[in-house]
Design a protein. Sequence first.
Length: 245
Amino acid sequence: MVAGNWKMNKTLQEGVALATELKQSVKNPKCAVVIGTPFIHLATVAELLKGTPVKVAAENCADKVSGAYTGEVSAAMVASTGAEYCILGHSERRAYYHETPEILREKVLLALENNLKPIFCIGEVKEEREAGKQNEVVKAQLEGSVFNLSAEQWANITLAYEPVWAIGTGLTATPEQAQEMHAYIRSLIAEKYGNEVADNTTILYGGSCNAKNAAELFANPDVDGGLIGGASLKAPDFLTIIEAR
Ligand code: PGA
């Protein structure tokens, strides 16, 4: 899978223009293609891309079903737009909006209940990597929010390993660092759900993945694609990355 994460970029009109470019260019991709857009774009972009290989993701959803939560958008609302995926646990949500493992566990369950496929993000910050703690951090993130799922629920989960020090910094993990962590994550899934489930789990790499380095990252056996921020905002770059998978 190659998934875009537009973050808080593009007006509705700009987003529709980018989605239109992708619609015209992505014809027979060799992998699943998803774009994560702001909430307000979802309905229009999902309608525009209906019947094409490009699927749509929200970048978040609420941890509550419905009710008096001013400004929030529920998983059911996201699903009603035609979006099929929901990015959850992104490090920016964790850091700036204080999303805890418990909150994320609720969001994942609500997404699944509403037939949305979570793209669940995990990854360590720079200090944790420097202290050699990346494995325990990632393990705790999985245990805190998604290892409570049944194997049946797990089948709808995509993971994205995004070392926080690599997001938007131009500092990509080396292919070796990415492969090492992805293999470790897959081993944790195997311990929990068995080898077959682990082999079938899509684990994306994210963090300054771009048109130049994507092929090298995707060449690793445990790197199943990418979650792309900045480079998903320009159609030619995003298309090059899709072709690299
Ligand atoms: P980036 O963002 O590609 O701009 O580093 C990736 C992400 O945050 O998903």
